[in-house]
Write a protein that binds this ligand. Structure first.
Ligand code: C2E
Ligand code: MG
Ligand code: MG
Length: 710
């Protein structure tokens, strides 16, 4: 197994530390040796100088003593000789003082009894001393002797030997100390340096080696995922190489991740189509190309018709499925129909798609493509065991005819699409500058609506709801009207939506509710039968938890019994925000107010919510009634709704009754109520009251003539 980076580091650190310590020791050792040498030389010199001093002192002493001894020796005066010798021997370092006669025998040694008298000395210095005719100094390790011949004229009458004990002569002055002595201090220093080295090594390990080791291991695991080109085993790769390779690898991976991220950023997750961002980029690029080559570019803005209903009734999962399939079909159309260059489809958001085509005569080409896109939705979508029919509205605009930049082009496409919606949906429309005027109109309308709410320009009209069996008016639907100062009558289909969008619906709803309730109190029939008023509720109103409270106080204020108020809600409103809507509706129901489902049959919803909310009636949408006589499906559906209402014991109201034939058919189907232009257009409160009075008068007259006849 190969050593890890840390192990290798510590081995290296130990070797470097040891080498450093050894070199330091060697250096110190050498220094010390040379210091010892110089100290020794100095000490030797000092010794020599000291010895020379001693020698001079000894020789001088010997010479002086010899001078004093010549006469006593000559006259053999042993007493004087003794005195002279004793005087010298008193000096502490003088070891001996001996006088020899001319034959070399001991004459006197300074002692009283001269124990060695006449002996011939045989020590190491003796022979030379006995024989010398001149002053002679001899030195041994311990002793220094000065031999001084005693000369009387030319005659040598004896020899004085003066011996000095060098150990006592104090020749050794204080030795010069040796610097860097090999003492304990020295070890301390080495220890401290060693410790410093260890601490430094530890610091380097923490600061550099460990992060590097971490890098290395990370790099290893990173590279384990990818074979290293030209390297058989990771073990043989150096840390630097490894990290280098890993960095390269990481850069590759990052680049890959970056491109993947970009891809995801530009793609719509649900449909897999390019998204809004991708569209903007593409549009900018296409416009640039078109500007350079003076080409044409067409933009198709698609919005699915009433897609919200699918989401509301079948749930968002199914909605998502449908959107994905729609996207797939559009992409298919483009691959088959679209021109090879510059064709592009993107999801713009929600249920909106945008198609670009760049080719000569792009506007004409766009119309053909729009047809193909419309046809692509002909086949029903099979979801949740139902056949869903979907359509789209398409707005077409082009560069350079309608706009010069991307933002304006998209805006134009949106406006043209809006025109297609207004023209009954499932169609395409080209942008014209007049449409911009229309869009601006909406803004102006918003502004005017706010003023209208304050200025009393809103009015409530009433449309009779007729009991089909008796032909008598049982109630009326309250429909808001706006008499615009310059536009004339603005239809609610135009401004109710705006009121919802800009947050005016609460005020508008409250106004209609109060007006209708106050009005309905005064509705009398000749037989005093209670006549109801049906008020439309918007989705937004239903979501307001204060709604039941608001309705209660209006009823109390106007003293209208709750049974005479019906509230109309749409299926989608019911499913939009279930919990809030259900609790409000339950509360209203508890008060005794009837809830009717408006535009029934156009939603995709099942009948389950009829059970969940206590619905008292359904209003069959006028699209069924319109084709009642020509379309057997509509007839069957209307029949089914009426039958269902009957069995659920709820009311069925047919909307949009425009002809006598329709009325007859509905009566045959046993539909309970009818409403429509044939039975009475929406009218002012005064007109409705007059209509009621008229009907009462007719009935009263008919009753009277009947009783008269009876
Ligand atoms: P809705 O509740 O379905 O009202 C019936 C609509 O059908 C009314 O249109 C009425 O004028 C129209 N209509 C009645 N009989 C016939 C007929 O025989 N043939 C045809 N073609 N149409 C007929 P209007 O008044 O334009 O109202 C449109 C929609 O605006 C209403 O549909 C309702 O959803 C909404 N709305 C009207 N007033 C109010 C209101 O006060 N509050 C709320 N939230 N919505 C309202
Ligand atoms: Mg209605
Ligand atoms: Mg309706």
């Amino acid at each position: 197994m190969s050593a890890t980076l840390r192990q290798r580091y510590w081995i290296l650190a130990a070797v470097v530390g040891a080498v450093l310590l050894l070199s330091m020791s060697a250096l110190l050792w050498r220094e010390r040796q040379s210091a010892i040498q110089s100290a020794t030389a100095v000490n030797q010199r000092v010794q020599q100088i000291a010895e020379a001093g001693v020698r001079t002192r000894l020789e001088t002493t010997a010479s002086m003593l010899a001078d004093t001894l010549i006469n006593p020796v000559y006259f053999f005066d042993l007493q004087v000789i003794e005195q002279s010798l004793v005087g010298v021997l008193r000096q502490p370092d003088i070891a001996y003082a001996v006088v020899l006669d001319r034959n070399g025998r001991i004459l006197h040694d300074g002692s009283r009894d001269i124990a060695r008298y006449a002996e011939r000395p045989d020590d190491a210095f003796a022979a030379a001393a006995i024989a010398t005719a001149v002053p002679l100094t001899q030195v041994s390790a311990r002793w220094m002797e000065a031999a001084q011949p005693l000369l009387l004229g030319e005659e040598r009458i004896g020899v004085l030997r003066l011996g000095l004990d060098l150990q006592l002569a104090n020749t050794a002055t204080d030795a010069v100390p040796v610097p860097f002595a090999w003492d304990p201090d020295w070890w301390w220093w080495l220890g401290i340096v060693g410790m410093l080295l260890a601490v430094t090594a530890l610091w380097v390990e923490r600061r550099w080696v460990l992060p590097l080791a971490h890098w290395q291991s990370q790099s290893r695991s990173l590279l384990a995922r990818r074979p290293l080109s030209g390297v058989k085993s990771l073990a043989v790769v150096s840390a630097g190489q490894l990290v280098g390779k890993a960095l390269g690898f990481a850069v590759d991976e990052l680049a890959l991740a970056d491109s993947e991220l970009r891809r995801q950023l530009l793609r719509d997750a649900l449909t897999g189509l390019p998204n809004r961002l991708a569209l903007r980029q593409r549009l900018a690029a296409e416009l640039q190309t078109c500007r350079e080559h003076e080409w044409e570019l067409a933009l198709l803005f698609l919005d699915l018709d009433d897609f919200k209903r699918i989401n509301d009734t079948l749930g968002h999962d199914i909605g998502d499925d449908v959107l994905a399939e729609v996207a797939h079909r559009f992409a298919e159309v483009l691959s088959v129909e679209g021109p090879a260059a510059g064709s592009f489809v993107a999801r713009f958001g929600g249920d909106e798609f945008v198609v670009l085509i760049r080719c000569p005569a792009a506007r004409q080409r766009a119309a053909t493509l729009a047809e193909a896109l419309l046809n692509a939705l002909d086949r029903p979508f099979r979801k949740a065991e139902q056949n869903l029919h979907l359509t789209t509205s398409i707005g077409i605009t082009s560069f350079p005819d309608d706009a010069s930049d991307a933002v304006q082009l998209l805006k134009n496409g949106d406006i043209a699409m809006y025109l297609a919606k207004v023209h009954g949906r499932q169609c395409y429309r080209f942008f014209t500058p007049y449409l911009t005027q229309l869009a601006n109109d909406r803004l102006a309308l918003e502004q005017d609506l706010r003023e209208a709410m304050n200025n009393g320009a809103l009015q409530v009209y009433y449309q009779p709801i007729v009991h089909l069996k008796t032909g008598r008016i049982h109630g009326a639907e309250a429909l808001v009207r706006w008499q615009h100062h310059s536009r004339g009558m603005v239809p609610p289909s135009l401004f109710v939506g705006i009121a919802e969008d800009v947050g005016l619906i609460d005020a508008l709803g409250a106004f209609v509710l109060r007006e209708a309730t106050r009005e309905a109190v005064g509705w009398t029939t000749f037989d005093h039968r209670p006549t109801f008023v049906a008020v439309n509720l918007s989705v937004k109103q239903l979501r307001d938890p204060r709604l039941p409270q608001q309705v209660t106080s209006v009823l109390r204020e106007c003293a209208l019994p709750p049974q005479r108020l019906h509230l109309e809600i749409t299926e989608s409103a019911l499913l939009d925000d279930e919990s809030l809507a259900y609790s409000s509706l339950t509360e209203l129901n508890r008060l005794g107010i009837d809830i009717w489902l408006d535009d029934f049959g156009t939603g995709f919803s099942g009948l389950s919510h009829l059970r969940r909310v206590n619905v008292s009636g359904v209003k069959i949408d006028r699209t069924f009634v319109a084709d009642l006589l020509s379309d057997r499906h509509d007839l069957a559906l209307t029949n089914a709704i009426v039958a269902m209402a009957e069995s659920l014991q709820i009311t069925a109201v047919a909307e949009g009754v425009e002809t006598a034939a329709q009325l007859e058919m509905l009566s045959k189907l046993n539909c309970e109520y009818g409403q429509g232009f044939w039975l009475g257009r929406p009218m002012t409160a005064t007109d409705f009251r007059a209509r009621l009075a008229h009907e009462s008068a007719d009935l009263a007259a008919a009753g009277r003539s009947l009783s008269d006849a009876g």
